[in-house]
Design a protein around this ligand. Structure first.
Ligand code: DC
Length: 223
């Protein structure tokens, strides 16, 4: 089974996807981490994120590795473990530009499809149900109010010891959502057959329960 979870930043995708994967005995794949890892390498090499050819060359030359870990995926690129490094505000600020690069997307989508072909994944991102794996048995589009999403991102940054004013976190998040949903290549949008789940004010466990019920219903219906 493939469970595709898409939605904007801060809607709760990675937390929900990780818990759901553990609950259903599936692997968890964080596709945003792949675009973040490429962005980290771009910045580390001093390449301008808007230099499309140089950025795409790096993405094609250096595959991203995702290894299952207790708290989500360990992320590697160019022989380095970048699991923590990809969460900085510098990477967050540049990642939408890198992820809009068509050759970067082609490399990411090919790598994701190669992994998903084995089956047995909960996969989160922006284009999983629409582009990467439209045949996913379960497609969920997670949403939450902008204020709540900004508060969650802000709390994560505080927990990581990288506090930023809440207003700045909100502005950056909305700017990223805008770029992600208006880009030409595979923009953020719900698949026509996705179930939209609003996580505003919802307990994470309840959201996981809801999606697990949808997954069980699909398994029963396919029998
Ligand atoms: O989920 P995240 O915030 O870690 O994602 C980082 C960026 O990567 C986000 O701005 C959009 C992009 N992304 C994408 O374009 N396609 C995906 N499947 C996953 C993420």
């Amino acid at each position: 089974m493939i469970v595709a979870i898409d939605g904007p930043a801060g809607a709760g995708k990675s937390t929900v996807a990780r818990l759901l994967a553990a609950r259903l005995g599936l692997g968890y794949m964080d596709t945003g981490a792949m675009y973040r890892a490429v962005t980290w390498l771009v910045l580390d090499r001093g390449v301008d994120p808007s230099a499309a050819t140089a950025v795409a060359d790096l993405a094609e030359q250096y595959p991203v590795t995702l290894t299952p870990g207790a708290d989500g995926n360990r992320v590697g690129i160019d022989g380095r473990d970048v699991t923590q490094a990809i969460r900085t505000s510098a990477v967050s600020a540049a990642v939408s530009l890198v992820a809009a690069n068509p050759r970067v997307r082609a490399a990411g989508v090919a790598a994701q499809r190669a992994l998903l072909a084995d089956g047995g994944w909960v996969c989160d991102g922006r284009d999983i149900g629409t582009v990467v794996w439209p045949e996913a048995e379960v497609k969920v589009f997670l949403v939450a109010s902008a204020d709540e999403r900004a508060r969650r991102r802000h709390a994560e940054m505080v927990a990581r010891g990288e506090p930023q004013p809440l207003e700045d976190v909100r502005d950056d998040m909305l700017r990223r959502d805008h770029l992600d949903s208006t880009r030409a290549d595979s923009p953020l949008r719900a698949a026509g057959d996705a179930v939209t789940v609003d996580t505003t004010g919802a307990a994470i466990d309840d959201v996981v329960d809801t999606i697990a019920r949808i997954a069980h219903a699909r398994v029963e219906a396919a029998r």
